[in-house]
Design a protein. Sequence first.
Length: 635
Amino acid sequence: MSGTVRLTTAQALVRFLAAQEVERDGRRERLIAGCFGIFGHGNVAGIGQALQQHSDVMPYHQARNEQAMVHVAAGYARQRNRLGTFACTTSVGPGATNMVTGAALATVNRLPVLLLPGDTFAGRGPHPVLQQLEVPHDATISVNDAFRPVSRFFDRIQRPEQLLASLPEAMRVLTDQAETGAVTLAFPEDVQTEACEWPAAFLEPRTWTIWRQPPVPAALARAVELIRGAKRPLIVAGGGLIYSEAAAQLRALVDATGIPVCETQAGRGSLVSEHPLSLGAVGATGTAAANRLAREADLVIGIGTRWSDFTTASKSAFQDPDVRFVNVNVAAFDAAKHSGLALVGDAREALTALAAALAGHRADAGWTSRAREEKAAWEAEVDRLIAPRDEALPHQAAVIAAVNDAAGDTGVVVCAAGSMPGDLHKLWRTRDAKSYHVEYGYSCMGYEIPGGMGVKLAAPDRDVFVMVGDGSYLMLPGDLVTAVAERIKLTIVLVDNHGYASIGALSRSLGSAGFGTHYRQLGNGAVLEDAADGAGPAGPVEPLPIDLGANAESLGAYLIRARTIDDLRSALADARGIDGPAVIHIEVDRYAGVPSYEGWWEVPVAEVSDDPRVRAAREEYEKARQAQRRYVEAP
Ligand SMILES: Cc1ncc(C[n+]2csc(CCOP(=O)(O)OP(=O)(O)O)c2C)c(N)n1
Ligand SMILES: [Mg+2]
């Protein structure tokens, strides 16, 4: 293709993005599904004009909060196994910095999102403009520099022709399975509107192929040797396994070898819950089955995990003195953790190669049957935990079970922060690899509703169930309006316990009596705390005069109020028929939490205090820390 086309920088950007495709295993799809945006002076006549002019090739969606639109993109990317995302355009200043949290979430979770914050004039003519941060000692700084640490690729487009170099680099990072995360291209507002001659070839369709990289044969051979020699091998499945679409290969390996599997938050669903060797959640929010086997494992095979503190129970989960790690990961950075033998490569390739090389090998029969027994015992425990109780307010575990039933075989549960992620990690029964979407890399309150919107846009055939606490709901409810406007069908279960129950429980466990986690203040600056026995508040609580259900309804959502678990079940059935977002409001018992099952999480406690509760918690903390394995030897 020869010749040139005269377009503005923004027009060329939009045309380029519309023409990018991503391909894996012969399946090809659009890389940038559309563009979310909120306009201001920093993008309205540049990228805004370009989106208007090219609306036939790049769908535009209006958002209500810039952070939320990045969450939509991240939710979409995760549900699509990183094969597709959205672009997000903002004005300069506050619109731009509102995206920083979304960028961090995407980068922490290794999810591709393309961020296009507007920036102040490259030509500097009218400076300082509305919303500009002036830094007297450095004229090159703008608020967009805040994106640098939370982006996997950052550039500022100072001249139109810079796009020829910058956009391909941005696409490479978005589609690179090891490097992906937030990609930020800051666009000075004057440059957006400047025209130049673009090579026509630059605007032609281009396909970014994701090749599945097999692990190096010599490393594979060493891994096989370690697995053959292990007495108590355990697989820890992470999100990377799911992004690689390797659930079938995992199952084949497990069926052939009898090696049990446990899962991180992002890895839940890797081996469906009904499998007898699927031990479920591991670590701080793990099941008794997974945590007991983890404690004894002598070889831990991590697949697509970055070994967060929740997964390792703050490095206390793996107690065998001779435990060794084998890490399968596309990212060398993660594969090297815990001194592991690094199998750098694609999870599906690695699992297929391992299965072939291990043909005929079975893990120790006693270990496999131990795993089966622990799993069966855990299932009975789940049944006990989720059973409805005869109490004034329903408990959260029963709410989760009702939603799990309503989700059926293909429904997706979405959550991010509060007490629900831990409960879901333990209790949710997964039925396929894409039915569990808990954002626990950044655990960002407010992700739930926009993240759920992204899931629904990515998987229109699935029912999406957003579980959101009252605190998380209050952080970012505004994009319910976007779901209404775009008719994005979601069932949102708003689980209301009048405050930050999870942090309240954490605070109690650390001797601080739930301080600052109730909504109700007592007047004169006094803050409500919890009673010494942890069974309730230490004072009279009248709920604040707030009605979150009415709030959701006022934003255009269809509201159903449920008081009991039976109400909830019928509300979930009724919500099926609603076009757009339905919100089911249910109040739950703040103090009826699901306990921890032999998992620990390191949160530091004050070393000195007048309060005996804090001193006792500090003692416990120091004791618990003795179980940490801060250094594991290489195999
Ligand atoms: C943006 C953000 N701010 C603060 C936190 C710390 N935090 C984690 S859970 C939580 C409380 C969540 O409250 P709610 O959504 O009502 O859930 P609950 O704990 O009551 O189940 C807080 C403040 C966070 N994860 N994200
Ligand atoms: Mg709450």
